[in-house]
Design a protein around this ligand. Sequence first.
Ligand code: XMP
Length: 310
Amino acid sequence: MNYEKFIEDQVAYIKQTVGGEKAINALSGGVDSSLVTILGHRAIGERLRTVFVDSALMRKDEPQGVVKLFADLGIPVELVDARDEFLSALAGLTDPEEKRNAVTDTFYSKVFAKLVKESGAKFLLHGTILTDIEETVAGIKRQHNILSQLGIDTEAAYGYTVMEPLKTLRKDGVRRVAELVGLPDEIVNRIPFPGPALATRIVGEVTPERLEIVGAATAIVEEELADTGAFQYLAVLLNDRATGIRDNKRQFGRIIVVRCIESTDARTATITQLPWKKLNRICERIVQIKGVNRCLYDLTPKPPATIEYI
Ligand code: XMP
């Protein structure tokens, strides 16, 4: 693909489609939504309102970090606090697809619909990529950002039109284009992080306490594995518990799974052969998290597993 032409074409498409209207987009700090933000600002400048929605599901300090990074690029990003909305929508849910739907619904029909109404935006610029569409259409999993491909009329349902300028690219293509538009390396080579965020890394109910545990494990895994160059690495909190010993007493504790994978486009993945020493250090640190007494390394490739756990 001619990526320079791709940039020109998408900027023109956004300019033409939005016309004199306003658009809005949600930035998560991942490479997909970051690229959409840059293309959108190139196309329509201040008529694009970029927001970062704090869903309570993001990694530690992520909201403030992303806002600062884009401020340094000259793009203002508004931080929207929607933590209560997401946590109450997820309370009591354990089924993976119900959890995904709760995140989608809170995001689009509650938080976004309100923002769009306030701002008068007629368009939503979206970072959907080809893999998201293919897997959703194939019925493998409902990616949280897929709407029109499932026959959802966003105009009628949510009051705005969704535009997806990256829908012909896979992850590797997105990274090439992101580099070309001048996004910093920190974004271009950022490991993928799913839209429903830490909700995909908690098996069972999402609660503030469980988010705290998986958030702490995520920080450890990301710090320890940053130098591997792996495609993606993550920590998952299981719903089971296991017996262990803490302070000489029996403890029925939490279980964290660590995953580190190699892939080019997330459609298939193999497992990184991490050095034993590295695995041991991760385990030592993870079992220091309060309430956690087991740490497992997942050896399952995709397929048959998916990368995330829900
Ligand atoms: P799975 O778990 O389906 O993940 O093997 C494939 C890749 O997609 C990411 N992922 C998502 N990304 N919205 C996203 O934007 C989602 O709902 C979602 N679910 C999974 C996952 O992290 C992996 O890189």
